[in-house]
Structure formats: structure tokens, C-alpha cells
Design a protein around this ligand. Sequence first.
Ligand code: NAD
Length: 261
Amino acid sequence: MPQLMEGKRILVTGVRNKWSIAWGAASALRREGASLAFSVMGDREEGNVKKLLEEEKLEAPIFQCDASDDAQIDALFEQVGRHFDGALDGFVHSIAFANKDELSGEYINTSREGFALAHDRSVYTLVRMARAARPLMQAANGGSIVTLTYLGSERVVPNYNVMGVAKAALEASVRYLAADLGPDQIRVNAVSSGPIKTLAASAIAGFDAMLQRVEQTAPLRRRVTIEEVGDTILYLLSPLARAVTGEVIYVDCGYHIMGMV
Ligand code: NAD
């Protein structure tokens, strides 16, 4: 039986360890036959990903890229282009960062530096990576970009603070990028994941209480897994989603539809 992603060349960013949402995406993409490349930040992550790939007997190059640096982004896509013979069918943007002390207490206390930092790492990285990826996706006659967002972009989630505001900007960027890149048949979408216990999430004060609330009140009465988020990322990267762009798709066991919870 033909696999959904056979012949598709996909870059996965943001795998920090086996709990990362991006790892859920990589596993789903691999299952459906995609050719993968990974980008990581720093030696420790490279070591983690190398080990994961060995355990899974998955052969794929790992490139280093600190996405706060334009030159490193350009170098990354140059390497990716070389690896995939000048073309790329899609990439997963699974990158976000805010200072831990901005992820507790009142939003009103957000510092100017903390505001700029959260937006630079969590939003601008998508914009800049999309720009660097564009020629490779044009060479592939189209492509698909998927980023990760969270409900705190449109509702007030205690302690999520500046990251919620950054996710709102990220979702707006998805729409603007989708409009820019649509004529090139490049689609841009976001997956809004329910809370999952990852390293990035552990920086948010009261995160365990968020998980409990989801288990008690989401229609499916449970939390979402990285495998389930990965399957929706796979869908958006695949030809099944060929007419879907500029969207935010919730994968949160239905939590976002509830009223007062
Ligand atoms: P994670 O800690 O496993 O992954 C975050 C990744 O961001 C790491 O790999 C880290 O290296 C990368 N990163 C941060 N700054 C970077 C930079 N300058 N350059 C390159 N990479 C950088 O956590 P995760 O929860 O898997 O996070 C992935 C995405 O999912 C984030 O955008 C996060 O906001 C989003 N998300 C997470 C949840 C959740 O509950 N875990 C829910 C919704 C959305």
C-alpha cells in the first residue's frame, strides 16, 4: 500500500527529547514514509536526537540552528537544500521560548525585554524560516509549513501571559504567511495542542493544574498525546490537506469548545 508521505522531504525543528511534540510529528511522518531531516539547538539536543534516531533505527541528518540568528537559519536551509537536492516539501516549526519569570503572576508585569524575547523566539522564527524555506519549496512546486500554538492565544489562561500574546501573533502570522505563500502553492497552518507535559511547558506556573482541569472537563475527559498531535501535523503536511491553509486546528480533546469550566 502506498504511504501518505512517500517521496516527501520534511524538516522537523524543535525535537528536544522524546517528550517533545516535534518528536510525535517525526514519528508520524516516518510511519508514512517521509524523508526527514532534523534541526536542533545546541550540542545537548543534538546528542538527544542522535540517540532517539539510533533507538528508532531512523537515518536522518541532524543540523544545528539557533533560530534567533538569521545567519544560522540561512545556513540551515542551505544544508537542508543540499541534503534534499535543492527542494523541500515541508517543515514543522516547533519552537517557542519565554523567560520563566514571565510565565507566572500578572501579565501586566511583563518586561519590555521579556515581551520582545518571547515574540522573537516564538513568532519571528516562523516568519524568517518560512522566508528561507520558500525557494526550496518553490523548487518542489509547493509545500506545507506547520507551527504549534495554544489556546492561551485567544483566552486568558492564568500564567501563560506573554506567551499567549506571542501565540496570538503567531496565529496572525500563519494567516499573513498563508496569503503571501499561497500563490506558490505553499500552505501554512497551525495546530493548537492541548497541554502536554514537555520541558517548555514545565516553565509555566501551575501547569499540573491545567492538565487536571483538561482531564476533568474536556469532552473526551483526557489529555492529548504527542502522537495525536503528531498525526494532525502529518495530515497538514500531507496531500490530504492540499486545500487547507491559514488555519488553526485544535487537537485538545475538545477542551476549547467548553464554556465556564
Ligand atoms: P519542547 O521543550 O520539547 O520543545 C521546544 C523547542 O523549542 C526545543 O526543542 C527548543 O530547542 C526549541 N527552541 C527554543 N528556542 C529556540 C531557538 N532560538 N532556536 C531553535 N530552537 C529553539 O516543548 P514542546 O511543548 O514540544 O514545544 C513545542 C511547541 O509546542 C512550542 O511552540 C510550544 O509553545 C507548543 N505548544 C506546547 C504545548 C504543551 O503543552 N507542551 C501546548 C501547545 C503548544
